[in-house]
Design a protein. Structure first.
Lengths: 265, 236
């Protein structure tokens, strides 16, 4: 037995939230994702790592059908959320994205007030019956995103006026306001300073109690810090998927080893 | 390791700490051999040299631990690199302990030289020390060459050292019962035998570190334990 297992944070549950089967993605003639099979657990932070262009972001975007907006993009295979195919014709992508939220690399708040940024999703999905309920959702989301104390006195100020780190946490508040079940994060900290990064990482760990989090990151240390499971992508293949502690102390595949130890692979 | 790091300074750092381990290992090998030779040849000057030499070994351990801590802080090593840094720290600790045992042998030699002749026991202890020194040499060679088989062989050979210790243990008991005037020297000789036996255990740990470094797993702790002295009695 590998004695390093104690390094893996205990997993609360083993329930599969997202199940990908034989997923292939093509951009025109480019074969971007090749036969990826992966099971993502509920209440777990899963990190996708790999060199630029390895397909990790592409795969992440498949999970809430963000690739639908790209004309030349073609997805085959099945992605199941709680056992239901998200690419089924009856699935409304807008409804899907309420369940599967996303936070992007660059903070992209709406050119609206801080309050409206967070209230937007709950409003279009009809999650609040009155102003009081909406106030409650906004406050709760901002609190969970660890930004409430900083913005509570200026909720009417434009979201774009916040600092980069604050904007990113605002975007996270916006993403969790609709109570998604899965939160996808594409390099959420790449534009943030170390303090804001630590706050976002702390937040990710807290979000795990309610959501499944999938994070794409170029920072290996971040993947090691925040995730319980790590998937390594290389040239469109899912090379290795396993407990984070094992991937970072004793990976099975030499390509994973080369990548995480900073060797040319 | 065939592949180089993209950051070449990382490779240089890792090579440098391994070179220091080898230097430390060399000093410890000499300490084992010299302490045993000083005992057999009743050479107080050589014994003193061993006692003084331990400072250099301790200094190297400190240096290696500082370097390892620096590499961890700066490079955040992962996978095989992490295992390398961890193993280097543990091996430095094992070598330091072996150095201490040699120094202790040299100290006891100072007392034994004052007493009567004990050349038979001293010769047996020197053979035992020679065996441990060879094991250490092989363990360090295995480490540098990443030779898991050689490391496993070193681990297996610790059994012979244990058996040598058992035999000496009985012999010293017998001497002490034959004549109480032997007790002082036999007590010291026994501690020397025990020291060498413990050295063998530290060498075994070094070999186990190599196996961990290469495979990522520690060998199962089922190696034969041949030290039976904890249950040995001698009837008068």
């Amino acid at each position: 037995m590998n004695t390093m297992n104690m390094m893996d944070k205990t997993l609360d549950t083993q329930t599969t939230k997202i199940s990908a089967r034989d997923v292939n993605v093509y951009y025109g003639d480019t074969h971007a994702i090749k036969d990826v099979n992966v099971e993502i657990d509920a209440n777990t932070v899963t990190a996708f790592i790999g060199p630029s262009g390895c397909g990790k972001s592409t795969f992440l975007r498949c999970i809430n059908r963000m690739n639908d907006t790209i004309d030349v993009c073609r997805v085959t295979g099945d992605i199941l959320l709680d056992g239901e195919d998200i690419y089924d014709k009856r699935v409304d992508p807008v409804q899907l994205r309420a369940k599967v939220g996303m936070v992007f690399q660059k903070p992209n708040p709406f050119p609206k007030s801080i309050y409206d940024n967070v209230a937007y999703g709950p409003k279009i999905h009809g999650l609040a019956r009155n102003k009081a309920e909406m106030d409650e959702i906004v406050e709760k989301s901002l609190r969970r995103a660890a930004i409430w104390e900083e913005v509570k006195d200026r909720l009417d100020a434009p979201g774009t006026g916040l600092s980069g780190g604050q904007q990113q946490r605002l975007c996270i508040a916006r993403a969790i306001a609709t109570e998604p079940e899965v939160l996808l994060m594409d390099e959420p900290c790449s534009a943030l300073d170390p303090i804001a990064t630590a706050q976002v990482e702390e937040l990710i760990d807290e979000l795990r109690t309610n959501f499944s989090v999938v994070i794409v990151t170029h920072s290996m240390q971040q993947a090691a810090r925040v995730s319980q499971k790590t998937a390594f992508f290389h040239l469109g293949n899912l090379v290795e998927f396993g407990p984070t502690g094992q991937i970072f102390t004793n990976p099975d595949d030499p390509r994973t080893e080369s990548y995480i130890t900073g060797r040319i692979g | 390791m065939v592949e180089q790091h993209i950051a070449s300074a990382f490779d240089r750092d890792l090579e440098a700490i391994q070179a220091q381990i080898m230097k430390m290992g060399g000093l410890v090998e000499v300490a084992i051999i010299d302490s045993a030779r000083a005992l057999e040849t009743r050479d107080e000057e050589l014994a003193q040299q061993v006692r003084r030499g331990d400072k250099a070994i301790d200094g190297l351990e400190e240096l290696i631990n500082e370097e390892a801590a620096r590499v961890i802080a700066i490079r955040a090593p992962a996978a095989v690199d992490l295992r390398l840094v961890l193993s280097v720290m543990k091996i430095a600790g094992n070598l330091e302990r072996i150095g201490d045992y040699s120094k202790n042998i040299a100290k006891r030699t100072g007392v034994l030289i004052q007493g009567q002749d004990n050349s038979d026991s001293a010769a047996a202890l020197r053979r035992m020390a020679r065996e441990v020194e060879l094991m250490l040499k092989d363990a360090l060679d295995a480490y540098i060459q990443r030779d898991v088989e050689l490391a496993a062989d070193v681990i297996a050979r610790d059994r012979e050292v244990d058996q040598m210790y058992n035999a000496l243990f009985r012999e010293f008991l017998t001497h002490m019962m034959e004549d109480p005037r032997n007790i002082t020297s036999c007590m010291h000789l026994h501690f020397i035998a025990k020291n060498i036996e413990r050295m063998g255990d530290h060498v075994t740990s070094i070999a186990e570190e190599l196996i961990y470094l290469v495979t990522g797993n520690r060998p199962e702790d089922d190696r034969p334990k041949a030290d039976t002295t904890s249950t040995t009695t001698q009837e008068i």
